[in-house]
Write a protein that binds this ligand. Structure first.
Ligand SMILES: [Mg+2]
Length: 345
């Protein structure tokens, strides 16, 4: 038996509206779809690199790709698959988006080859609202409410006074029947984060995500109070999880940060042992190839919160198969493995 033939292609999809956070701004996505051809089946994975988050670019994913291919061995059973994933994860530091796409494609190929279905229950996702003018944001929330969403992740972190005014306007316009999660994408200092939490507490916020720079893990424990804190850019791997477990209330686990499902499961185990709740999230710019792997992870760990909405922020869907959206619910793929039939572009 031969090992799988692994290849890649770059894809880019326009966003419905400029995707803007305190960290970056983009009008279209850039990612790399990875295919693992194993005899008569094809497995799919996606690397969605970000210079500002994982330190990778599409170019760096392509440059390092051959080093991963060298690790490929024939795999017939689960033991050899897990051992190869270990070898791929361990062959270089960082490069987590590349590792995520590569190992996801291998896992999908294995599941397809052995005719394994996900057969998971549907999960509810929130929907992200990018930074924009107040009118743009209120109009978008109304549109998403009409589409059936009830949990909104609002991007903040550029300017404290604007953030407080915005959250007040959202509550004034839509009341308290919707869930509000705030994501500052590292935009505050400790001082502004404390002020933000003091001022926003009264608006019944479910959580505030990554208020401080990624490096300031200690700081995350020093700003608390009325709003639960979630670590995102501070959390890549199990070592980070151990450091953060007593400092935050939630972990945002993303496959492009952890380097794939294996490390994500290690983070989730630490969360369970240390009583930290998990969200499974995605990178802004993942198509439903990456999000199908994220859905698989969310199902495996029974994540209480899911933020797997990036395909909904795009103008078009280049992916045939994979997960399916119905209002704010995500349904498992039809067919075996990730159920992806092809990717255009
Ligand atoms: Mg975030």
């Amino acid at each position: 038996m031969n090992g799988p033939l692994v290849e890649y292609k770059e894809i880019s999809v326009p966003f419905r509206r400029t995707f803007k956070t305190a960290l970056r701004e983009a009008n279209e996505s850039h990612s790399v779809v990875i295919k693992a051809v194993l005899d008569d089946v094809v497995g799919f994975g996606e690397s969605c690199p970000s210079l500002k988050i994982t330190g990778e670019s599409v170019e760096s994913v392509k440059d390092h790709f051959p080093l991963m291919v060298e690790r490929i061995r024939p795999f017939e059973d689960l033991v050899s698959l897990v051992s190869m994933i270990d070898s791929v994860e361990g062959c270089m530091e960082g490069n987590t988006a590349l590792k995520c796409g590569f190992t996801s494609a291998l896992i999908d190929a294995y599941m397809r080859k052995h005719r394994i279905r996900m057969s998971a229950n549907p999960v509810k996702t929130d929907i992200t609202i990018s930074i924009g003018s107040k009118d743009e944001i209120l109009n978008e929330i109304q549109m998403r409410l009409d589409e059936g969403f009830s949990a909104f992740k609002i991007k903040i972190g550029l300017e404290l006074s604007r953030d407080i005014e915005l959250v007040k306007s959202i509550r004034d316009s839509f009341g308290y029947g919707i869930s509000l999660l705030l994501d500052a994408n590292q935009g505050y200092t400790k001082k502004t984060a404390r002020k933000a939490i003091d001022s926003l507490y009264r608006y019944e916020i479910d959580l505030i995500e990554q208020p401080l720079p990624a490096w300031d893990r200690k700081g995350l424990a020093q700003i608390g109070g009325g709003i639960p804190i979630m670590a995102d850019e501070s959390l890549f791997n199990a070592h980070d999880a151990l450091e953060l477990a007593d400092r935050v209330d939630y972990f945002n686990i993303k496959l492009n940060k952890s380097g794939g499902i294996a490390e994500a499961l290690r983070i989730a185990s630490i969360a369970k042992a240390r009583d930290v709740k998990c969200m499974v999230g995605c990178m802004g710019g993942e198509t439903s190839v990456g999000v199908t792997a994220g859905f698989f992870l969310a199902s495996l760990i029974n994540a209480p919160l899911v933020d797997l909405d990036s395909p909904l922020l795009m103008k078009e869907n280049p992916v045939k198969g994979g997960i399916r959206y119905e209002k704010d619910r995500i349904f498992p793929p039809a067919g075996f493995g990730f159920g992806i039939e092809g990717v255009e572009g």
